[in-house]
Design a protein around this ligand. Structure first.
Ligand SMILES: Cc1ncc(COP(=O)(O)O)c(C=O)c1O
Length: 379
């Protein structure tokens, strides 16, 4: 039998990436906000219908910008799902916020909207839903609570570009949303991100914060005759070389999404019966959600079997990974009073979840190898 080697992730050129990078150099503009960055902005604004998109150096930085834009102050509370990446919470803690960890739903692993309102206090400044695996959170309920209680919503849409909830793109519900173009994402520039701004009142300040606290964007548009320090900010804009790479990926949207849908569906079809037999939970996509096909995960019956499965696959040349650790039990989470048992669904999912290889060049042969190995796994 041929030796098996299946990467968890493998970045690939899908279109005109290298040609566009050369063009960026030929343009004589490889710093930020060059022609390719502008094309990426226009792409998101047209495709998603958002008033303003700004490329950033990462999703983390887009979240940091959103925290500055919301004027998060020490003592403010921010409600975030417990099952997410560190940056979702850290961006707000950097501004002095206290995180309030909300447990997730056992079916989608998105924040449990039925427990949201009970966590809101007069100090709650923002709710940050994460569309886990690119499956939309229950945005109707979340937005209704946020509106009624006058709280901002920032969607962490790191996984969910082009996913939809009830026909509307993820990332277009909150006043802002963050995107990631890290190498594991559907569309990548190696490292990268974007801030989608749905509230036009935030646009001008966002441009300033992204440009080191200066009004340089207005200067380049000829709106002021010199630029200067007008606010706090940092350097959140990526090189036009990265934007060139990203634009080439975005242009292949249909091809990439079609392939990822096939990958997801092949895993699902190949593992449905096996999962039923062995008490393994597969991803769930509620009615009304069109997922972004970002990942495929399994929830094994317990931690021991999850660890055993990762090792079993690894010994056979297949690389699979676990995902987030419960934030409330991290060193930082415990400083904010996190205790075992606070978020039981997250604690369980974190132990049980395994992500299967999933990337833009994964072949059906590789997937069949993974599926066959899973069928042979000794429980
Ligand atoms: C939900 C979520 N938010 C934010 C991030 C941070 O993204 P980036 O690496 O682009 O900063 C990640 C990283 O994968 C993530 O999974």
């Amino acid at each position: 039998m041929a030796e098996i080697s299946v990467d968890f992730n493998r970045p690939v050129v899908v279109g005109r990436e290298l040609e566009y990078i050369q063009q960026a150099i030929d343009n004589g503009h490889i710093s930020g906000d060059g022609p390719f960055t502008k094309k990426c902005h226009a792409f998101f604004e047209q495709e998603l219908g958002v008033p303003k998109a700004l490329l950033t150096t990462s999703c983390t930085h887009a979240l940091e910008m959103s925290a500055i834009l919301l004027e998060i102050q020490p003592g403010d509370e921010v409600v975030i799902p417990d099952f997410t990446f560190v940056s979702t919470v850290n961006a707000f803690v950097l501004r002095g916020a206290e995180p309030v960890f909300l447990d997730v739903r056992p079916d989608t692993l998105n924040l449990d909207e039925s427990k949201l309102e009970a966590l809101i206090t007069p100090r709650t400044k923002a709710i940050v839903p994460v569309h886990y695996a690119g499956v939309g959170c229950e945005m109707d309920t979340i937005m209704e609570i946020a509106r009624r209680r006058h709280i901002a919503v920032v969607e962490d849409n790191a996984h969910g570009l082009f996913g939809k909830y009830k026909g509307k793109y993820l990332g277009t519900f909150g006043s802002m949303a963050s995107q990631s173009f890290h190498e594991t994402k559907n569309f990548t520039s190696g490292e990268g991100g974007a801030l989608l701004i749905n509230d036009p009142a935030l646009v001008e300040r966002a441009e300033i914060i992204r440009e080191k606290g200066t009004n340089r964007s207005r200067f380049f548009r000829g709106q002021v005759d010199k630029y200067t320090w007008v606010d706090i900010g940092s350097s959140y804009l990526p090189s036009d070389i990265l934007a060139a790479f990203l634009l080439a990926q975005l242009e292949q949207r249909e091809k990439i999404q079609r392939h990822r849908k096939q990958v997801w569906e092949l895993y699902y079809a190949g593992l449905k019966d096996w999962a039923n037999t062995h008490d393994v939970q597969l991803p769930f996509v509620p009615d009304g959600c069109e997922q972004s096909y970002h990942m495929f995960y399994l929830l094994m019956p317990n931690l021991e079997l999850r660890q055993k499965l990762i090792a079993y696959l690894r010994e056979r040349g297949v690389y699979s990974v676990f995902h987030y650790l419960p934030l409330h039990l991290s060193d930082m989470g415990q400083r904010f009073d996190g205790k075992i048992g606070d978020c039981p669904v997250t604690e369980r999912a974190s132990d049980q979840l395994i992500r299967l290889p999933f990337h833009n060049s994964l072949t059906s042969t590789e997937q069949e190898q993974v599926i066959d190995l899973l069928h042979e796994f000794p429980f």
